[in-house]
Design a binder for this molecule. Structure first.
Ligand code: ZN
Length: 63
């Protein structure tokens, strides 16, 4: 896993970070992402454009 550039999944209008690529059913913030309409990498989207809860948790995890 590339911790500096995790996979993000589009759910509704919001990108959420997932820890296990497209197989994840729950985002980092707890949002269900079962539908996974699109996926890419965080750096393609920009951390400022993703779910704020995911961004906060991810930055906390990084240390
Ligand atoms: Zn989220």
């Amino acid at each position: 896993m590339e911790e500096t550039n995790p996979v993000v999944l589009l759910t509704g209008d919001t990108w959420h970070i997932v820890e296990y690529s497209r197989r994840s059913k729950v985002a980092l913030c707890g949002q269900r992402v079962g539908d996974g309409r699109a996926h890419t990498r965080l750096k393609q989207v920009g951390v400022e454009n993703i779910c704020r809860n995911c961004a906060k948790l991810w930055q906390t995890e990084k240390g």
